[in-house]
Design a protein around this ligand. Structure first.
Ligand SMILES: *Cc1c(COP(=O)(O)O)cnc(C)c1O
Length: 400
């Protein structure tokens, strides 16, 4: 069954990915753990192997359970095709290595995810790729660098962990004019809140480990876009071998069934928590695109249908306050990652940007006292009460 285009996102989450009826009438597709697929008919085997007929040969290339996950994401992203990966970083590195070669030029931002930044500063230059990292807030600089000609314009919005927002439509246009494949890391927004392909990007990618799976129990990555680019990317991945495991694909698809429900709740709760935090004297600054005072609130409002489940804040009392508050939280895992049903809290220095030195974090504008708070699906009143109780642990004698 192909997915009718008129369905809304919540419905696509539930019904997306359906293929032929199950032989037993099962309403949930099974997990195909089988690595290899049998063909009694050699002609059919050859037709499938050469791509003339649909089917599966070997699970590093394609697998029926993995394909269901890819179909749901293809429909949610509004794309012609999607291909999946073992992790979000596999999706990112395979994308960059597919569309860049020695002598290529990539333009991106300083605030990309820590692992992505490592690809830009450590690995790509070793392969003779010119990397230009612009000031994240400086749209003019990104446009200028794209206009000089680039092969990939790599964007991420909202950014991790300070929730900066880039104008996708404006920058995608600049990237296209410069001849680039325009890529957007949409992990923080999810296809519920933002659909970059409709705003002019060629490819959208996600760490499925975060909101898409939503339960912190499976890793994966996904890239969606036009059929030709996804075919090239798939070809690199099948040889590179960074394939998604069927069990993880099953868990991620199961997670996707409730994506719209979870993200709607997380949008609402994060907004309430951000507004509450902004009114607390212990809080130095709140980073959330849903706040009217956010520098890119207007752009966020125009291109997003919700502002997401991650709120970052810094504490007036600096590191001593952070050291008092974070351990005192009762309703948050102090752990890396984000986008789970349970609230997660952690300083970027220990989570998303642990790969960077303190100096590199400072250069990226990440205060050491920043707390990245990924709101779960708990009752927001309980989360606010928990934050309030934790703030009471801040020592009174530290200068604000
Ligand atoms: C977590 C994350 C990644 C990397 O995903 P993994 O699944 O951990 O490899 C990439 N981009 C962003 C924005 C992320 O939050």
């Amino acid at each position: 069954m192909t997915e009718p285009n008129h369905l809304r996102q919540a419905t696509r989450c539930v019904w997306g990915g359906r293929t032929e009826p199950d032989p037993h009438g099962a309403t949930v597709a099974p997990v195909y753990h089988g690595v290899t697929f049998n063909y009694d008919d050699l002609d059919e085997w050859q037709a499938v192997g050469s791509g003339e007929r649909p089917g599966h040969i070997y699970s590093r290339n394609t697998n029926p359970t993995v394909e269901i996950f890819e179909r749901v994401m293809r429909d949610l992203d509004g794309a012609e095709a999607s291909t999946s990966f073992a992790t979000g970083m596999a999706a990112i590195s395979n994308t960059l290595f597919t569309f860049l070669s020695p002598g290529s030029r990539v333009v991106s931002i300083k605030d990309s995810y820590g692992g992505t930044n490592k690809l830009f500063v450590e690995f790509l230059p070793r392969f003779g790729v010119e990397v230009v990292l612009c000031e994240t807030h400086d749209h003019e600089q990104i446009e200028r660098e794209a206009a000089k000609g680039c092969d990939v314009l790599y964007l991420e919005t909202p950014t991790n962990p300070t929730l900066k927002v880039l104008d996708i439509r404006r920058l995608a246009e600049a990237g296209r004019r410069g001849g680039a494949t325009v890529v957007v890391d949409n992990t923080f927004a999810t296809p519920i809140n933002q659909r970059p392909l409709e705003l002019g990007a060629h490819l959208v990618l996600h760490s499925a480990t975060k909101f898409l799976g939503g339960h912190s129990d499976a890793m994966g990555g996904i890239v969606s876009g036009d059929a030709e680019r996804i075919r090239s990317l798939y070809h690199f991945r099948e040889i590179n071998g960074a394939s998604l495991d069927p069990m993880s694909a099953y868990l991620l698809t199961r997670g996707l069934r409730t994506l719209e429900l979870r993200v709607s709740r997380q949008n609402e709760s994060a907004q309430a928590i951000a507004e509450w935090l902004a009114a607390q004297p212990q809080v130095e600054a709140v980073y959330y695109p849903g706040l009217a005072g956010h520098p890119n609130h207007a752009v966020a409002k125009a291109q997003m249908s919700g502002f997401g489940g991650v709120v970052s804040f810094s504490l007036a009392g600096g590191m001593p306050a952070l050291r008092a508050v974070v351990p005192a939280l009762r309703l948050a895992h102090r752990a890396a990652s984000l986008g789970s049903v349970g609230t997660l809290a952690g300083p970027p220095a220990m989570t998303s940007h642990v790969e960077l030195s303190a100096h590199e974090r400072a250069a990226a504008g990440i205060p050491e006292s920043l707390v990245r708070y990924s709101v779960g699906i708990e009752d927001p009143a309980d989360l606010i009460a928990d934050l309030e109780a934790a703030f009471a642990h801040i020592p009174q004698n530290i200068p604000a």
